[in-house]
Write a new protein. Structure first.
Length: 287
């Protein structure tokens, strides 16, 4: 049965899972694979493993074949060229005082073009820069402007949790993240605590948001008066994960109760009924 191996296309880059097919592989082997951008050489960076029983039945791409010595030599030359392009481009950006930040340089395995990724606050006129690069390296140059979240994905790093950044580890797309998600989960709105390496709101704020929104619809709101086994009181805190409420009783004692064990305060119900009756009588008087 085909096993799964982790393939890395760049040093310290993202690890992609591939099916090994009939090949017997070990860490460090260079293999040829076919990606969305064409053929590419990757390095085996994990030991072959079997599919986990009961795990997701993902459709993985299969390794095409082992890379030949000529292909490995061409791959190493491409890596050297990427470093040369990066250094030369950085020097020219500095000379021309262009308001842009270089992120990465990538050369297609077939040598068709070199892609330069950069970030900038607005549009940048890089036509002269491209002419310099084409004149120096005699190849097609493509400039791609990316956002700061994509920059973090490409560069990688460690998050505040101590683990590799989610965007560089497993996220394939970026979902919208709003400050409302942090509020719903009762997270401190301190920008330093809810912002990621990219300076934007952390992607992990979306992971539990739907669960919090679903459970909070079932829980009474903070400030509501309720009846508990210990007496009547007012809700001051919600614990969504435990589905409990902290209530301050009229006797000034605080208790934590399960949301399913409370009932609406009878005093509040009478107040509401009385207000409705008063409203109804005023309408009758006007008529």
């Amino acid at each position: 049965m085909s096993k799964i191996v982790g393939i890395q296309f760049r040093v310290r880059g993202k690890v992609y899972d591939f099916a090994s097919g009939h090949f017997v592989l070990k860490e460090g082997d260079k293999v040829m694979v076919v990606t969305e951008n064409g053929p590419a050489i990757g390095s085996v960076c994990t030991k072959p493993r079997n599919r986990a029983e009961g795990g997701p039945n993902r459709k993985l791409k299969t390794i095409f074949r082992l890379a030949t010595k000529e292909e490995i030599d061409r791959y190493e030359k491409s890596c050297n060229l990427e470093r040369e392009v990066s250094e030369y481009c950085y020097q020219k950006v500095k000379e021309r005082s262009l308001p842009m930040c270089l992120v990465s340089v990538e050369r297609r395995f077939d040598g068709s073009k070199v892609i330069i990724y950069f970030t900038a606050d607005g549009r940048v006129d890089f036509r002269q820069l491209v002419k310099d690069l084409v004149g120096k390296f005699r190849t097609r140059i493509e400039m791609r402007q990316i956002g700061v979240r994509h920059q973090a994905k490409m560069v990688g790093g460690l998050g505040s949790c101590g683990r590799p950044l989610c965007c560089s580890a497993f996220l394939n797309s970026f979902d919208p993240v709003t400050i409302k998600m942090a509020k719903k989960q009762n997270i401190s709105l301190n920008p330093n605590k809810i912002s990621g390496m990219c300076g934007r709101l952390m992607c992990c704020l979306t992971y539990e948001y739907e669960y919090y929104a679903k459970i909070k619809k079932k829980l009474p709101k903070i400030g509501k008066r309720v009846m508990t086994e210990g007496g009547e009181g007012k809700i001051i805190r919600q614990n969504v994960l435990k589905e409990t409420l902290t209530v301050v009783l009229d006797s000034e004692n605080e208790i934590e109760v399960q949301a399913k064990d409370i009932t609406r305060s009878p005093g509040l119900s009478r107040e509401r009924v009385g207000s409705k009756r008063g409203t109804h009588s005023r309408i009758q008087d006007k008529k």
